[in-house]
Design a protein around this ligand. Structure first.
Ligand SMILES: Nc1nc2c(c(=O)[nH]1)N[C@H]1C(S)=C(S)[C@@H](COP(=O)(O)O)O[C@H]1N2
Ligand SMILES: [Mo]
Length: 307
């Protein structure tokens, strides 16, 4: 499906004014990060990194509001320390952990990943974090565990989108996501605690969030407080809110459209965009370009049904 639908993405959303106003400063931040000496490794895309300010001012985080600018505006005073994580379910080491203790000693890496949102925009983000597989190994899931479910903090006093009466896109709290255990332990799957060589800003999911670059952005659950190992496929918040649009797998797939958004092409944030210059959009790749690393996990599955 190659029909472009520019009306899907209002220009006000794609090019927030402040992004252009301060472009020079943002570019400097990104170049400074790269000049700081990250040699690109085997997990890194060679595509240009998205300006830091785009990555930190154009966010989806409905706990702070449905507008892309709201997370940066309203998450500033969000309290990320101390942070308790409850590990439960089919696992040998269930407990309430202090986050710092839970992840102590895990080896942190920088990786530059392509990221794509189901709404049709994409970014290239230098993440700092550790493979989720390393943490899962430490927790020792039981053989009966087939999936891991994650939940975000529920704190209406801190998160305005969770306040009674606030309409947050039809989501129910807490925000919930899940992965099949082989996906969770795939070497590409990261838990991020930083971006651009710095601590993760609140609007990007501090103190820690999930990163699965072959899946649509909504899988990347932020501010995680619970990990539950389970036998049955979890129901994510977006599946619950709009099952025709959001499936459990949420693998980037240019040939399976969302009811409101084509998935065939995407707009890279920080690159020129205009209503009439649809040709600056690029083709979206199967599994967001990570097929070599992840396609084998879905062999034999019908990805139109399991979207
Ligand atoms: N808790 C929580 N996590 C969330 C979301 C959310 O609303 N709440 N939005 C998701 C969506 S739709 C996207 S595209 C990514 C955006 O991550 P970013 O702001 O770091 O780019 O976060 C995901 N994680
Ligand atoms: Mo998204």
């Amino acid at each position: 499906m190659l029909i472009k639908r520019p009306s899907d993405i209002p220009s006000s959303e794609i090019t927030p004014e402040n992004v252009y106003t301060n472009r020079r400063q943002f570019l400097q931040t990104s170049f400074a990060f790269l000049a700081a000496g990250q040699a690109r490794g085997p997990y890194d895309t060679t595509e240009p990194v998205t300006p830091y300010a785009d990555a930190t001012s154009y966010n989806n985080y409905y706990e702070f509001g449905t507008d892309k600018r709201h997370p940066a505006r309203y998450a500033g005073s969000f309290k990320t320390k101390p942070w308790t994580v409850r590990v439960e379910g089919l696992v040998k080491k269930p407990a309430n952990y202090n986050l710092e203790d839970l992840i102590k000693g895990l080896t942190t890496e920088d990786r530059i990943y392509r990221m794509r949102c189901v709404e049709g925009w994409s970014m290239v983000i230098p993440w700092r974090g550790f493979p989720l597989a390393d943490l899962i190994k430490r927790l020792e899931p039981l053989p009966s565990a087939k999936y891991v479910e994650f939940k975000t903090l529920h704190a209406p006093d801190q998160m305005r989108g969770q306040a009674p009466g606030f309409w947050a896109g039809g989501l129910n709290w807490p925000y919930t996501e899940g992965l099949r255990l082989d996906e969770a332990t795939n070497p590409l799957t990261l838990i991020a605690t930083g971006i651009y060589g710095r601590t993760l800003p609140n609007q990007n999911g501090a103190p820690w969030r999930l990163v699965t670059p072959w899946k649509y952005g909504f899988k990347g659950i932020k501010a995680i407080v619970r990990m539950r190992f389970v036998e049955k496929q979890p129901i994510s918040s977006w599946m619950e809110a709009f099952p025709e649009a959001y499936g459990f797998y949420a693998n980037v797939n240019p040939s399976v459209d969302h009811p409101n958004f084509s998935q065939a092409t995407e707009q890279r944030l920080g690159e020129p965009w205009s209503l009439f210059a649809g040709n600056t959009r690029r083709a979206t790749l199967m599994f967001n370009g990570y097929a070599a690393q992840v396609a084998s996990m879905y062999r034999g599955m019908d990805l139109r049904r399991d979207y």
